[in-house]
Design a protein around this ligand. Structure first.
Ligand code: AMP
Ligand code: GLY
Length: 425
């Protein structure tokens, strides 16, 4: 089979590596892919942007594609799956109608309210003045969210009215996130451990994958700026079987059913960003795709065949027993360019250590230059390792990450420490 992947991060490299385990896969085309994917045997990258839907369609027409996996948020929200399916190419990923759960936070909030799915209380505003008037009456901290995609920066926790006013001004007047700021949500501030749950759904049933924990802040002890994620561990120790049961009953199944009722049947991966509050699990956000870097710890633990699952999802014949995970744990440490997510330099040559069984190097922000690999982004790569215990996985990931060399490399030193503490309590 010839497979097309749309996306170019560490998540996509992890998906490519997992798909390659299926003997039926002959060729993988990645648009645009990255330097790590380009080095995978049987994979080839082409410089078509993931948001260039016309370019993707042209590419698909001129190559024999048997199946496509769209794993990045913006092409999904723009309708990439609809365009490729029109050509007769079966896809893994939601249609534009279903991807709205990530494309519009206002839509998602209304959906959750309508169907009684637990989430933070909130108000929606289309007018800055009305938003500011409301903010005078709020308790702080409170949370302000731009409606649309904002490269993971659209949620701002504000600690005072002054900060809130400034944030509304930036999002709604200065339009720092463009049209994504035409509407905002002002949301109740929740507390509790956060859990990422990626799940496969074919529109009929939903099968959660092993849970994970992201580390979003740039610096140790969860300080510094918000990033796309500096590391992950799986499973998440706060996500017990009891919590999973509660989430299945109150969140996962109701979400799938709600989307069906609204004529927006979702096929693909729904990512539930949850907060385990003292009043139960609540949805912080929905994403319409695998998480990054959650995928870099979830897929190494997947025992089943990813392609077979993706095909079953597309064809509406997913079964719970198709999705099996090995026991044990995984950890991914992101090696970034120093300065990320603000200013950082690129173009440095990367040297990589050899990997053993159970170790994975997932390239994100690096490009191939002949035989060399050069840094080209903030998050350069993820070093992932699996182990029988969480501690083993963490030690393995750090040993691997420390073997990665390039000028200006930076990594957090405490990925997994919070999870270890939670386990020991
Ligand atoms: P989001 O872009 O919706 O994923 O939000 C980014 C981060 O902001 C989340 O991972 C949380 O840490 C935090 N956050 C979002 N919404 C809330 C909320 N209602 N209460 C507390 N923290 C939140
Ligand atoms: N790691 C969070 C995300 O993928 O949105």
């Amino acid at each position: 089979m010839n497979i097309l992947i749309v996306g170019g991060g560490g998540r996509e490299h992890a998906v490519v590596k997992a798909l390659k385990l299926n003997q039926k896969v002959e060729k993988i085309y990645a648009l645009p892919g990255n330097g790590g994917i380009a080095k995978e045997e049987g994979a080839e990258c082409f410089p078509v942007k993931a948001t260039d839907l016309d370019g993707i369609v042209e590419f698909a027409k001129s190559h024999k594609i048997d199946f496509a996996a769209i794993t990045q948020d913006d092409p999904l929200v723009m309708g990439c799956v609809d365009r490729l399916e029109e050509l007769g190419i079966p896809c893994f990923g939601p249609t534009k109608a279903a991807a709205i759960i990530e494309g519009s936070k206002v839509y998602s909030k209304d959906l959750m309210k309508k169907y009684g799915i637990p989430t933070a209380a909130s108000e929606t505003f289309t007018d800055a003045e009305a938003a500011i008037k409301y903010l005078k009456t709020c308790d702080y901290p409170t949370v302000i969210k731009a409606d649309g995609l904002a490269a993971g920066k659209g949620a701002v926790i504000v600690n005072s009215f002054e900060e809130a006013k400034k944030t509304v001004d930036e999002i709604m007047i200065k339009k720092v996130f463009g049209a994504s700021g035409n509407q905002i949500l002002i949301e109740e501030f929740l507390t509790g451990p956060e859990v990422s749950v990626l799940s496969f759904t074919d529109g009929n049933i939903i099968v959660p994958m092993v849970s994970s924990m992201d580390h979003k802040r740039a610096l140790d002890n969860d300080e510094g700026l918000n990033t796309g994620g500096m590391g992950t561990v799986a499973p998440n120790p706060y996500y017990t079987e009891e919590v999973q049961k509660e989430c299945m009953e109150k969140i996962f199944l109701p979400t799938v059913k709600a989307l069906n009722k609204e004529g927006r049947t979702f096929k693909g991966c729904i990512f539930f960003g949850l907060m385990l509050t003292p009043k139960g699990a609540k949805v912080i956000e929905y994403n319409c795709r695998f998480g990054d870097p959650e995928t870099q710890v979830v897929l190494p633990l997947l025992e089943s065949d990813l392609l077979e699952i993706m095909l079953a999802v597309r064809e509406g014949r997913l079964k719970e027993e198709m999705v099996r995970f090995r026991k044990g744990a995984a950890c991914c440490v992101i090696v970034a360019s120093n300065g990320y997510p603000a200013h950082y330099e690129t173009g440095y040559e990367i040297t990589l250590p050899k990997t053993k069984t159970g170790e994975y190097l997932y390239v994100a922000g690096a490009k191939a230059a002949g035989e060399k690999l050069l840094t080209s982004g903030g998050r350069v790569l993820g070093a992932s390792a699996v182990g029988d215990t969480l501690r083993e996985a963490i030690d393995g990931a750090y040993a691997l990450a420390k073997g990665v060399h390039f000028e200006n490399a930076y990594m957090r030193k405490d990925i997994g420490q919070r999870a270890l503490k939670a386990k020991n309590n």
